[in-house]
Design a protein around this ligand. Structure first.
Ligand SMILES: Nc1ncnc2c1ncn2[C@@H]1O[C@H](COP(=O)(O)OP(=O)(O)OP(=O)(O)O)[C@@H](O)[C@H]1O
Length: 252
């Protein structure tokens, strides 16, 4: 039995006349990777934005370790232990790997940003920063500016920036987007290694990776949850095959 770290209950998000997310409930448990899949427009990104606090729901609630965080900003959610990896948009292109991760670690803290200068107060950050860079395998690239990294390395850096905030829950939106097979392999291994003491939610289109990584899957279509269960259960769910994966199954 795993502890539920993040729970959404009855989440709904309306954009004008469109219900992008409709009565979605989901549990994200420590020690598990929970993948959310579904066709384009199913509501996956909207769901992750609701969980991260980038969007506020029309109704429903989000609980982190039982505490209601529905109205908290993304920053306050991050301080409470909810981390989200962003795609490139948060990288400072001309800053080094170390500087980017250090800024992410400091942003989580309530202390003022200290990019330069004294080291005494920075020690707790520096350990987190070094550990996070090490964890994603970028130690040898620590002084390289983000702009000079490969696409895969930039994704590793984004994950390091999340790890440096020491989150209990990590949300990853399409972590394999734009990657070649060998880069993807490295990130898949990295993601798999993160779940031991954390809860992960991953939105991803690469079905082979999803079925390799996920302990549990939630399938969405038209804003609703079509099915939730183990990869084995979801693979044979007739509703899923009909609604999302097509007549040929697509995931055989
Ligand atoms: N800010 C917005 N304003 C209006 N409609 C939106 C907004 N964001 C998303 N939508 C709509 O909500 C629906 C769900 O979109 P969402 O991006 O969450 O789907 P998705 O499952 O992530 O799709 P994809 O796999 O293509 O990224 C779509 O119909 C989309 O056009």
């Amino acid at each position: 039995m795993h502890d539920i770290a993040l729970r959404a209950a009855g989440l709904q998000k309306r954009f004008g006349g469109l219900l992008a997310v409709s009565d979605v409930s989901i549990d994200i448990r420590v020690g598990e990777i929970h993948a959310v899949i579904g066709p384009n427009g199913a509501g996956k990104s909207t769901l992750i934005n609701l969980l991260a606090g980038e969007l506020l729901p029309t109704s429903g609630e989000v609980l982190l370790n039982g505490a209601d965080i529905t109205s908290l900003s993304p920053d306050r959610r991050a301080r409470a232990g909810l981390g989200r990896a962003y795609q490139k948009t948060t990288l400072f292109a001309q800053f080094s790997v170390h500087e980017n991760v250090r800024l992410a670690a400091q942003a989580r803290s309530t202390a003022p940003l200290r990019m330069f200068g004294g080291t005494r107060c920075d020690r707790p950050y520096l350990q987190l920063v070094t550990d996070a860079i090490d964890r994603v395998g970028l130690s040898a690239r620590s002084q390289i500016v983000a702009d000079k990294l490969s696409h895969g390395e930039q994704r590793q850096l984004e994950i390091a920036m999340v790890l440096a905030t020491n989150p209990q829950v990590i949300l990853l939106d399409e972590p394999l987007a734009g990657m070649g097979p060998s880069e993807a392999r490295g990130i898949i291994g990295l993601i798999a290694s993160l779940k031991a003491d954390r809860a992960l939610l991953v939105v991803e289109h690469d079905m082979d990776a999803v079925f390799e990584l996920a302990d549990r899957l939630t399938v969405m279509q038209d804003g609703r949850v079509v099915a939730t269960g183990s990869p084995q259960d979801v693979r044979v769910d007739p509703g899923v095959r009909a609604a999302y994966l097509g007549a040929d199954g697509g995931i055989a």
